[in-house]
Design a protein around this ligand. Structure first.
Ligand code: BES
Ligand code: MN
Ligand code: ZN
Length: 487
């Protein structure tokens, strides 16, 4: 991607399109910079283009290839969210017309310095995030961006944002790619590769099936019993603040395909289950981005990875297994596999990785999708400060997340007559029960958050600026969290 600062509209004649953002006013729409081309003025005068949020109209002027009027809504209502949505729509419209060289008239944003910077970042990030396709055909993507009215120093920040977006795209690819390709070994190879490419900033450790057995991760072993491919336990560490003890551990659910196991999912519920490793994709991509950005923080991705499939060797409802930390668990339902492998990952982290805080990301329950819909992730946490920081990061990144209760009186529902815990406790409040199961494995004195992203990790069809299928949900949120935590 070539990105340049240009000082005038007149100098963008070679661009395939010039995006001209406009405010909506009580009278006619108003371009953000003064442009006196008569071709532009006509749709404004006639009221054909009103400048509503995300409204677009192509106009053809003699002096340029194309112009795209883009509505930003009313100036007083401007927010990063509006910018993200509008520029997402603009980028999609441009790609439809096969425009690969795009110029943008950048508005003089209102507000304080920080607010201005955020709006500009949102604009740039929206264009880059929209510049993605799956399957990867040779459809053209944006290759050139020219910004009219920005400063040279803004370009440095763009470069940083580009690295974050690359990681989002990596997470999307991993989710979108077929499950016969993205296996536990594939994720492990990726971690090793990322470490190699990082020139020493990242360190990858992979436990294979034998090492997992030797470590007695009984729950991860149980889920993987029926799988044709071996499980992997993957650790990818970035140490950006070597002299400090502070250490965020991000645990990602890495179920590379979830059939439900012997409690088989019905037709209609299984087709998208290659996306059940979205948590893993996000934490690996986040740590890769943290290293690329050289963030001053210590962060590790931990990924328990296996398939959950049917075989003569599959683990069975009614079986009891012993977890890594010694807890015995009765299997009430083999489709509640995510919490099992995450439990072992949490205990392993506590015992071996000296975490200051743990954040897990998982496509854990269908119930969270019923509760919040597929645009919003659920946040459960035992710590108010961590909750607040994560919510701030979600707000700033435009990734929607809503707090859910860790209602302790429901813990009794997870009781078992034959073991310390059952992995299910009935249908009601299913997302909370999943979170409470995990909480059992977290020590009380460590801040922990569980993000159930079963909704926004994978979409049947695109929604606002979120693409169809793999969304890469959480990468930007977590990077924002790590940036704020490290300053
Ligand atoms: N991977 C699923 C959750 C899921 C559902 C993700 C829909 C994305 C979209 C998880 O392993 C699962 O099957 N959960 C069960 C738990 C139940 C058996 C307690 C569920 O939600 O039905
Ligand atoms: Mn399942
Ligand atoms: Zn699952």
């Amino acid at each position: 991607m070539l990105v340049a600062a240009v000082d005038s509209f007149q100098k963008c004649k070679e661009a395939d399109v010039v995006i001209v953002p406009c405010w909506q006013t009580s009278k006619k729409a108003l371009p953000v910079t003064e442009i006196s081309l008569p071709e532009i003025l006509a749709p404004l005068e006639l009221g054909d283009f009103q400048g509503k949020e995300g409204e677009v109209t192509f106009v053809y002027a003699k002096t340029h290839q194309r112009l795209l009027l883009l509505g930003l809504g009313q100036q007083q209502q401007l927010s990063c969210e509006v910018i993200r949505y509008a520029f997402h729509v603009a980028a999609k419209q441009c790609l439809e017309k096969k425009c690969i060289k795009i110029a943008v008239c950048v508005p003089q944003f209102p507000g304080q310095k920080e607010q201005k910077a955020n709006l500009l970042s949102a604009l740039y990030e929206a264009l880059l995030l929209a510049n993605y396709q799956w399957p990867k055909r040779d459809r053209p993507l944006i290759q050139h961006l020219q910004f009219i009215g920005i400063l040279k120093k803004d370009l440095d920040r763009f470069q940083q944002l580009q690295k974050v977006v690359e990681s989002v795209h990596l997470a999307r690819d991993l989710v979108n790619e077929s499950a016969h390709t993205v296996t536990p070994q594939y994720l492990a190879d990726l971690a090793v590769q990322l470490a190699k490419k990082s020139g020493g900033d990242l360190k990858a450790t992979v436990l294979d099936a034998a090492a997992i057995a030797k470590n007695k991760m009984g729950l991860l072993m149980a889920v993987s019993q029926g799988a044709a491919v071996e499980p992997r336990f993957i650790i990818l560490s970035y140490t950006g603040k070597p002299k400090h003890k502070d250490h965020t551990v991000l645990i990602g659910k890495g179920v590379t395909y979830d059939t439900g196991g012997l409690n088989l999912k019905p037709t209609g519920s299984m087709e998208t289950m290659r996306g059940d490793m979205a948590g893993a994709a996000t934490v690996l991509a986040t740590v890769a981005a943290a290293a690329a950005l050289k963030l001053p923080c210590n962060v590790t991705a931990v990924v328990p990875s296996t398939e959950n499939v049917i075989d003569a060797k599959s683990y069975k409802p009614g079986d009891v297994f012993t977890a890594y930390d010694g807890t015995t668990v009765e299997i009430g339902n083999t489709d509640a596999e995510g919490r099992l492998i995450l439990a072992d990952a949490i205990s392993y982290t506590l015992k071996n990785l000296e975490p200051t805080r743990i954040i897990d990301l998982a496509t854990l329950t269908g119930a969270i999708v019923i509760a919040l819909g597929d645009g919003i992730a659920g946040l459960f946490s035992n710590d108010q400060d961590l909750t607040q920081s994560l919510q701030r990061a979600a707000e700033a990144s435009g990734e929607a997340m809503w707090e859910m209760p860790l209602y302790r009186h429901y813990e009794d529902k997870l009781k078992s007559k034959v073991a310390d815990l059952s992995n299910v406790g009935g249908r009601a409040g299913g997302a909370i029960l999943g979170a409470l199961f995990l909480k059992h494995f977290v020590s009380k004195d460590i801040p922990w958050a569980h993000i159930d992203c079963a909704g926004p990790a994978f979409l049947d069809k695109e929604f606002r600026d979120m693409p169809r299928h793999g969304v890469g949900f959480g990468v930007r949120l977590l990077i924002k969290f790590l940036e704020d935590a490290s300053c």
